[in-house]
Ligand binder design. Structure first.
Ligand code: BDP
Length: 694
């Protein structure tokens, strides 16, 4: 039990009655064809069912009572009379239907319009068994709400992973294409089981070498492993590749030679990978090359690549995470300022990929103002699974509540109810392209994600991309049952613990709307005092602006006026200190230390209490874990216990360092119940972490 199996643990069903029910209901597996994808489905059923039921579950030559049938209607036409046509229609291209037939020779039918749909149905069916759901009268129809459900790996060709905390990259570039690590297939299984249908293999800070012939052969080998699992491969493209590997003098997107180079490159890619998905591009941001180097716009750059990909139905995911050009402007505003004017100028196969918030994957951000502001352009949501700003792979933090907070945020773009979810699933403006991506937290660690609970964030990304209406509680419940046990004595308290964990982390790191106050460069630990970075907006002091009068970034009309980028209804609520949600207060306001909050406490007191509540929250997590540990295996219990102990120390470090520092401005005493920092401010300031992973 080292976590390698992820949530695909197929252990004997506990509970005699239920096991008997399942055994009675399932006699064998019937899969009428053998396509690559249906073979993957068959293999999964053959692996899972005998293990879950602890009995032989043979492959059958024809359907009979108790068969689990996995096929499209075209592959087994009897489905047409057993599953309503309307359900199949609803399932669309990737969805599935799971039906139990009635009558004496009951069968379980898992179907969809495509092999991929059937495969997703198979995984869903197994999930039902793993989570001990009744299967007597199944009538399930499910279709994904967004079309591109991706992981973005920030993996380098050297196998280091940018902001990766779970070991080296799982892509063993050196030994590819000849050596196919077993992990690739297990990775594909895990992704398919949660509906992820694409993976960007390399870092957005891209190396052009990935586009060279030897690497394309390696990429093709991976694509070959992933294809039977409905997963397409994408690559991060370096904008200056025509210069670096093409020998051209320029990468100007309007230069015909450059355009031709990309056309030929794309043709070559499709020669190796006929179902290649497309490019992800970080351009003109943090030193990356881009069209602006040649006086061209993001649209010019994206469209040039899009035109090269269009004949093959590939897409360009052009990132809106940009903050290069105007160094003195509030960084919050730059993406909007650069992209909003380009709305409507992108070609049909371009989607702009927008981070959840305007700065950078902080523990809490208001939703990005571009959501709802570019009605003529499909926007996809980029979330970060790897915990760059959330305690690396050391802290237990379940991110579904963060994801849901963004998805449910109301942009008011077309009146109330214009949620970010509706923007990114395409329904608000009727876009054909829709997507959600998570920056991967996967590495070569035995348990994939470094922290066992990091697996839950990978899981949540997939499940929410499939269906953003699922609740965080549902997703946690499913994941816990599959990953650990169905024992309610474990599941209930741990689910509560997971649901509270994100707010706990916000409390001990960046309460009340503080943001970007972590260590410079590596981003490890607190450093609100840091002011030596070469760019103003890489410094924590730029973001919290603490002084003798108060703390927070005034982004109202009297400050940077970033709030003007939101729809009037949002702006109105947030520009007023009284109506601005406490969670975003210091994002938008410079608030006096003695300002009284609805709780009756002053801002200073509340800040102190929040930090303290954060530390107490971690203590509670550790206590809960102690109590529930007897219900699971020792190996994983111990791993998590040790990490929670580190998390507790680090939470106290965040509290103490931040309060010791902010106290120098507030000049107020710590309220009752908040302990004095363990060390002097100097002590915290002098801590150095030369080898912190980044
Ligand atoms: C920031 C990371 C940096 C990434 C960048 C990005 O610190 O390593 O390259 O985002 O998303 O969060 O491009």
């Amino acid at each position: 039990e080292d976590g390698y199996e992820l949530w695909l643990r197929y252990h004997r069903i506990t509970g005699k009655a239920l096991l008997q029910d399942y055994r009675d209901a399932i006699s064998g597996i019937y899969i009428p064809v053998s396509t690559p994808v249906s073979t993957a489905a068959r293999e999964e059923l053959q692996k899972a069912l005998p293990a879950l039921l602890d009995k032989a579950v043979p492959l059958q030559q024809q359907a009979q009572a108790g068969s689990v049938i996995a096929a499209t209607p075209a592959q087994w036409p009897a489905i047409n009379s057993l599953v309503p046509a309307a359900s199949l229609q609803q399932a669309g291209a990737e969805g599935f239907c799971i039906y139990t037939t009635t009558g004496a020779d009951k069968k379980i039918i898992i179907t969809g319009n495509t092999d991929a749909g059937v495969l997703y149905g198979v995984f869903h069916f197994l999930r039902l068994l793993q989570t001990q759901q009744p299967i007597q009268q199944l009538s399930i129809v499910s279709a994904p709400k967004v079309r591109y459900r991706l992981l973005n790996h920030w993996d380098n060709l050297t196998r280091t992973v940018e902001r990766g905390y779970a070991g080296m990259s799982i892509w063993d570039w050196h030994r590819l294409p000849g050596y196919i690590d077993r992990r690739y297939k297990d990775y594909a299984r895990a992704n398919a089981s949660i509906g992820i249908n694409g993976t960007v293999l390399n870092n957005v800070n891209a190396n052009a070498t990935i586009l060279s012939k030897p690497y394309l052969e390696k990429v093709a080998a991976l694509a070959g492993v992933f294809r039977p699992y409905g997963i397409r491969v994408y690559l991060s493209a370096r904008f200056s590749a025509p210069i670096e590997i093409g020998g051209l003098k320029t990468a100007d997107p309007l230069d015909p030679q450059v355009q031709q180079w990309w056309k030929e490159k794309v043709k070559e890619i499709y020669h190796y990978i006929p179902d290649f998905g497309g490019f992800l591009v970080k351009a003109n941001s943090e030193g990356q090359p881009g069209p602006q180097n040649y006086g061209r716009s993001h649209a010019d750059g994206a469209n040039m690549l899009a035109d090269a990909l269009a004949p093959y139905k590939g897409i360009v995911m052009w990132r809106a995470f940009v903050y290069d050009s105007k160094g003195d402007e509030d960084r919050f505003k730059q993406a909007y300022d650069e992209f909003k004017p380009l709305d409507g100028r992108f070609h049909d196969n371009v989607v702009v990929q927008v981070k959840n918030g305007p700065i950078d994957f902080q523990p809490r951000e208001p939703f990005h103002p571009l959501f709802g502001a570019m009605p003529h352009t499909p926007l996809m949501l980029e979330l970060q699974l790897t915990q760059e700003y959330l305690g690396f792979a050391t802290h237990l933090v379940y991110l579904s509540p963060l994801f849901k907070e963004v998805l449910e945020a109301d942009t008011h773009a077309k009146g109330p109810g214009s949620t970010v979810a509706k923007v990114i699933d395409g329904s608000l403006e009727g876009h054909a392209i829709s997507g959600m991506a998570g920056v991967s937290n996967i590495g070569s660690d035995r348990n994939w994600t470094g922290h066992l609970f990091g697996q839950a964030n990978w899981y949540a990304l997939g499940r929410l991309a499939w269906d953003h209406t699922l609740t965080s509680a549902q997703v946690a419940d499913e994941w816990l049952r599959q990953t650990f046990t169905n024992d309610a004595r474990f599941v209930t308290p741990v689910q509560q613990m997971m649901l509270a964990s994100r707010e706990t982390l916000v409390n001990y790191m960046t309460p009340l709307g503080l943001h970007h106050i972590m260590g410079y460069g590596h981003h490890y630990g607190p450093a609100p005092w840091y002011d030596k970075a070469p760019r103003a907006d890489w410094n924590p002091v730029y973001f919290h602006r603490a002084d003798s009068t108060g703390i927070g970034f005034d982004r109202t009309a009297s400050g940077s006026n970033a709030l003007a980028q939101y729809a009037p209804a949002v702006r109105k609520q947030w520009e007023n200190m009284r109506t601005c949600p406490e969670a975003y207060l210091l994002w938008f306001h410079h608030v006096p230390w003695q300002y009284r909050l609805p709780s009756g406490r002053t801002l200073w007191e509340e800040l102190c209490y929040k930090y303290q509540a954060g530390v107490q929250g971690v203590q509670q997590m550790a206590d809960t874990w102690q109590q529930v540990s007897p219900y699971i295996d020792e190996e994983r219990a111990e791993q998590v216990r040790m990490l929670l102990a580190i998390q507790l120390e680090e939470a106290a470090w965040w509290r103490d360092a931040c309060l010791a520092y902010f106290r120098t401005f507030a000049k107020l005493p710590l309220p009752q119940g908040v302990p004095a920092p363990a060390h002097t401010l100097e002590y915290y300031r002098e801590l150095r972490f030369p080898y912190a992973p980044h």
